[in-house]
Design a protein around this ligand. Structure first.
Ligand SMILES: Cc1cc2nc3c(=O)[nH]c(=O)nc-3n(C[C@H](O)[C@H](O)[C@H](O)COP(=O)(O)OP(=O)(O)OC[C@H]3O[C@@H](n4cnc5c(N)ncnc54)[C@H](O)[C@@H]3O)c2cc1C
Length: 397
């Protein structure tokens, strides 16, 4: 049995590292347990949005990321089933960052973890998988972890579950009723030799893959992350690999440009995108969930990096508030629920999935893209909606 630390964080992705850095800066001792050894890949579109950049900057991670010269994104191109496409630019967005980035997660996540390594009060144990929990009257006092054949118990005052979509923390320490009910699934591959790439990310809603959609996120001048995503409830009737093939081979905006491109070997991989509801609790006693473990992703775009970073910051702030008031440990959950609801576009969790069901339909897609082509303010709204500065409901009227 090891000495007790202030906080154990399970998972060293963007959510876990953000929470760890936030806590370390406030002077707390953190143990960060990660089951993989970095650099490790993570299935993703690799798009880092303007709001995510603001959070990365606060955490001190943006300068090393920019130093690597990742592909800069100035806006998005979106196409509709009737073959029209509109461009929307980030230049008018509020806030300091009017651009996004695309950076493969293998590289990005390593830079994020590298930043956490700079703090002497964060102990990082890679290749340690958390398997179970030590509980006393419903409070989690520690975790049981394993590395190869070695087993160890670690103790802490608080536990942060940042262990992604298949979170063992959410599964084992939260009740069944609180589980993530809805979600999406995505499949992506890296391509080299792609023609016609720009500094725009592309989202294509072609007829043959509806109600799914496809994306082309450039990672360089002629390389891209290409993928498709669809709400999980459609996976029984739609085969995701077939959707991917249809997108790559049939989409009128994509097929010619990929004709001579080469898919990077073994890069075709899929992963879940958990969508949480507004009502779901992300805390129980002294346990807080962040990022995918909490179901914090955008229902429309599947974006989750920003939500993971931001919810990690909220978890650190909640733990500080709890520890600095007498008997505060009891209140940590309530404090965290309040913080994430005001920091994140939480109302979007209420309506996002509903709006998504409606708008990823031929009628709305055709109507919205046609309107945005005629009215520049609507194209601007599209970029604002994607960056959480305007409500998605606007797409329905
Ligand atoms: C196909 C696809 C495309 C996407 N595209 C985008 C995009 O373009 N932009 C965007 O912003 N988001 C995108 N997302 C969402 C984004 O990938 C996630 O929301 C984001 O990675 C969440 O970060 P996280 O830190 O919560 O979890 P993760 O990044 O999943 O990190 C969790 C970490 O926990 C570790 N772990 C898991 N279990 C244990 C355990 N028991 N013990 C110890 N460690 C453990 C894992 O190894 C991992 O390192 C996409 C997702 C998918 C599937």
């Amino acid at each position: 049995m090891n000495k007790e630390v202030d906080v154990i964080i399970v998972g060293a992705g963007p959510g876990g590292c953000s929470a760890a850095i936030g806590l370390a800066r406030r002077g707390y001792d953190v143990l960060l347990l990660e089951k993989e050894r970095f650099p490790r890949g993570k299935v993703c579109g690799d798009g880092i949005s303007p709001p995510a950049l603001e959070t990365l900057d606060r955490l001190g991670i943006l300068p090393p990321v920019l130093e690597k010269n990742p592909w800069k994104i100035e806006g998005l191109t979106m196409s509709s089933p009737n073959g029209k496409a509109v461009k929307a630019f980030f230049s008018h967005l509020k806030g300091p960052y009017a651009f996004g980035l695309v950076m493969p997660r293998r590289e990005f996540d390593s830079l994020v973890l590298h930043q956490a390594r700079k703090y002497s009060n964060i102990e990082i144990l890679e290749n340690w998988e958390v398997k179970d929990f030590i509980e006393q009257n419903g409070w989690v006092e520690g975790v049981k972890a394993q590395s190869g054949s070695q087993k160890e118990e670690f103790l802490s005052k608080f536990l942060v579950g940042a262990d992604g979509a298949y979170s063992v923390v959410a599964r084992k320490t939260f009740s069944r009723e609180n589980k993530i009910q809805q979600g999406a699934f995505g499949l992506r591959a890296y391509f080299q030799g792609v023609k016609g790439l720009t500094h725009q990310i592309e989202i294509h809603c072609g007829r043959s893959i509806l109600p799914g959609y496809g994306w082309v996120f450039p990672t360089g001048e002629d390389s891209a992350n290409v993928g498709v995503g669809i709400a999980s409830r459609h996976l029984k009737e739609k085969n995701i690999r077939n959707l991917f093939q249809a997108f790559v081979k049939e989409n009128p905006f994509v097929k010619e440009r990929l004709l001579e491109a080469r898919m990077v070997e073994n890069s075709l991989q899929g992963g879940p995108i958990p969508l949480g509801s507004f009502f779901r609790r992300r805390s129980r006693k002294n346990v807080l969930l962040v990022g995918d473990a909490a179901g914090f992703t955008d229902a429309l775009s599947g974006e989750g990096i920003y939500f993971a970073l931001r919810s990690g910051e909220c978890a650190a702030e909640a733990i500080q508030s709890a520890l600095s008031s007498p008997g505060g440990a009891e209140k940590v959950g309530r404090i965290y629920e309040g913080l994430w609801r005001s920091a994140l576009p939480s109302r979007e969790f209420l309506f996002g999935a509903f709006v998504h069901r409606l708008i990823v339909r031929e009628f709305f897609l055709n109507r919205n893209i046609t309107r945005a082509l005629k009215k520049p303010s609507m194209a601007r709204d599209l970029a604002s909606i994607l960056c959480h500065q305007k409500a998605k409901m606007g797409l329905l009227f």
